[in-house]
Design a protein around this ligand. Structure first.
Ligand code: ATP
Length: 235
């Protein structure tokens, strides 16, 4: 469904990605793990056109999207939940969700999707008239994921969904991510420092170091890999 081939991405003279190859099939959950500064976020931003690759190609269902503007990429069904959530703090929860459905006009289905995200995260239903900025970090992450779901994405890109959240909330969010993948058949690409949870949730994973992919396997095999255990799981 998504294919990154020999991706090289730069910030000015700094080369952040040095020839990345990565594939995601329809219906998969893929996790990309790695240390701080390895290039995980850049991989996501290159996929969705925010920081385009200088060399290599990104293909979505065979279509070359490497240099497509990011708003066009969103219209194809690739939606990013950025690191740090970035919800609209002065809009209510319901208005934030409405913004996610901005490109749609199928009002009946939008209504059903409101019900669906409220069933995933009942706390958002309770807080639907509250300003987004008054929510806790975990609730804001729930809102950011829900807002992305309101666009009915085919691929959901999640950048560090666990960042700054309490372990119990992180667990809850990962279990909902798996549920979305199962129920909505949404393909999911997660970039995470919490390697343990990310690999447990994933069908397959990639390990990244200093701008390069150094390992790829099933989530299960990576969790059992001695190098991964030492470097990323603290075992
Ligand atoms: P983190 O988990 O800390 O977000 P990451 O694995 O997502 O790390 P990236 O944020 O993709 O890593 O960063 C990859 C490299 O690119 C790093 O060396 C980083 O310093 C550099 N970099 C990232 N953003 C910029 C920027 N806006 N300008 C210059 N260099 C950048």
């Amino acid at each position: 469904m998504l294919k990154l081939k020999n991706i090289h991405t730069y910030y000015g003279n700094i080369q952040a990605l040095k020839g990345i190859d990565l594939e995601i099939s329809e219906g998969e959950i893929i996790s990309l793990i790695g240390a701080n500064g390895a290039g995980k976020s850049t991989t996501l931003m290159t996929t969705c056109g925010i920081v385009p690759a200088k060399q290599g190609s990104v293909k979505f269902k065979g279509q070359d999207i490497t240099h497509m503007p990011s708003d066009e990429i969103v219209k194809l069904g690739i939606c990013q939940v950025p690191e740090g959530r970035r919800i609209f703090p002065y809009l209510t929860v319901a208005e934030n969700l409405d913004m996610g459905a901005f490109l749609r006009n199928d009002n009946d289905k939008i209504k059903k999707d409101f019900e669906y995200v409220y069933s995933l995260f009942p706390i958002l239903a309770e807080r639907k008239n509250q300003a987004g900025g008054t929510l806790s970090g975990g609730e804001q992450q729930m809102l950011a994921i829900s807002r992305a779901l309101m666009s009915r994405p085919k691929v959901l890109l999640l950048d560090e969904p666990s960042l700054g959240l309490a372990p119990i909330i992180v667990k809850q969010i990962f279990s909902i991510i798996k549920k979305i993948n199962k129920e909505q058949k949404t393909t999911i690409f997660i970039v995470e420092q919490n390697a343990n949870l990310a690999l447990k949730a994933a069908h397959r994973g990639y390990v990244m170091e200093t701008g390069m992919i150094t390992m790829t396997d099933t989530g299960e095999n990576l969790l059992a890999n001695e190098d991964v255990k030492k470097a990323y799981l603290g075992i």
